[in-house]
Design a protein around this ligand. Structure first.
Ligand SMILES: C[C@](O)(CO)[C@H](O)COP(=O)(O)OP(=O)(O)OC[C@H]1O[C@@H](n2ccc(N)nc2=O)[C@H](O)[C@@H]1O
Ligand SMILES: Nc1ncnc2c1ncn2[C@@H]1O[C@H](COP(=O)(O)OP(=O)(O)OP(=O)(O)O)[C@@H](O)[C@H]1O
Length: 266
């Protein structure tokens, strides 16, 4: 049995530069990863099986299609390896801008790679076909993403930096948020992510105005540095100078009914 953590993905900055003829958008984004996330367990088995558990599992159990089983099928088509019993412990909110499905797909590929002796480097083309965020999640370390997000350049991260993720419980469709982007190129990613933006914040806030409340609450938290929405939302994050101020923010925000994950960057 191989266990892999599907770490939550953050876009510390996300600049949308252009809409492409194929419907996707040219991005420049700074990816970072959080120590916690979903948990994927894979073991060889007589027959394929897929079980979903965890606080957000019920949302996905009804869907026939899952990025985990799609990743496993793509792996088998390319590298073989037979049948597997796979369990997904779904701890991250669904459709929330922190790449849950993408991280699950990447974790599945990593686990299958361990079981069958396939190096991560050999799986990037499969990852690319599964979704724009899957290559970054397979890489799993801080990187600048360009193109659809699949062209990755490793950068030094902020390992150990305390972070708080807050999701107000509203699922936001990535495709819908990109559709509402106003088409204005506001310029490239700066060297310092604090000077950057998430260009998907305005269209996501138009769909889910509660994002404003989350951003405001995080910005008002003592010790919060960079505060921003991740991906296409609605999850927002704050980086904290120390664990005590992060944990104080958790206490201050408890009772709002928002999902929170107090963790640190890897
Ligand atoms: C917003 C981000 O999370 C930032 O990291 C990603 O760009 C989205 O990654 P993802 O969820 O893996 O996205 P995909 O599954 O590839 O695409 C979902 C939908 O988002 C839109 N999409 C996605 C990525 C991109 N660069 N441009 C887009 O316009 C497309 O309408 C696409 O149909
Ligand atoms: N394992 C999975 N976990 C979550 N969603 C999945 C999974 N497999 C398929 N999906 C589908 O993908 C959709 C998007 O979910 P996901 O949580 O990956 O979005 P996201 O957090 O916005 O990701 P991103 O930041 O990459 O845009 C869901 O609404 C769901 O229908």
């Amino acid at each position: 049995m191989v266990t892999e953590i599907a770490k939550a993905k953050l876009n510390l900055a996300l600049h949308v530069r252009a809409r492409r003829p194929d419907g996707y958008h040219e991005l420049e984004t700074l990816f970072a990863f959080v120590a916690d996330g979903d948990v994927v367990q894979v073991e060889p088995s007589e027959a394929d099986s897929f079980t979903i558990t965890g606080p957000f599992g019920a949302l996905l159990s009804g869907e026939g299609d899952n990025l985990v089983t799609r990743a496993a099928s793509a792996f088998r088509e390319r590298f073989g390896g037979g049948a597997h019993a796979i369990t997904l412990d779904k701890r991250l909110p669904v459709a929330s801008g922190i790449g849950g499905g993408s991280a699950d797909a990447a974790a599945t590929l990593r686990a299958l790679g361990v079981l069958h002796g396939v190096a991560v480097d050999e799986m990037f083309d499969i990852a690319d076909r599964l979704g724009s965020d899957v290559p970054a999640c397979l890489f799993g370390r801080s990187a600048i993403g360009r193109g659809r997000g699949e062209q990755l350049e490793p950068v030094a991260g902020l390992p150990g930096m305390p972070v708080l993720l807050v999701n107000p419980g509203v699922g936001v469709s990535t495709a819908e948020v990109f559709r509402r982007w106003d088409g204005v190129d506001r310029g490239p990613l700066p060297v310092d992510p604090r000077a950057g933006r998430n260009d998907l914040e305005p269209p996501a806030r138009a769909i889910a105005p509660v994002i404003d409340d989350v951003l405001e609450a995080l910005a008002a938290s003592q010790g919060a540095g960079l505060v921003r929405m991740s991906g296409s939302g609605a999850t927002c994050f704050a980086l904290f100078e120390d664990v005590a101020s992060r944990d104080a923010a958790v206490e201050a925000l408890a009772g709002r009914g928002w999902w929170m994950l107090a963790s640190y960057l890897t």
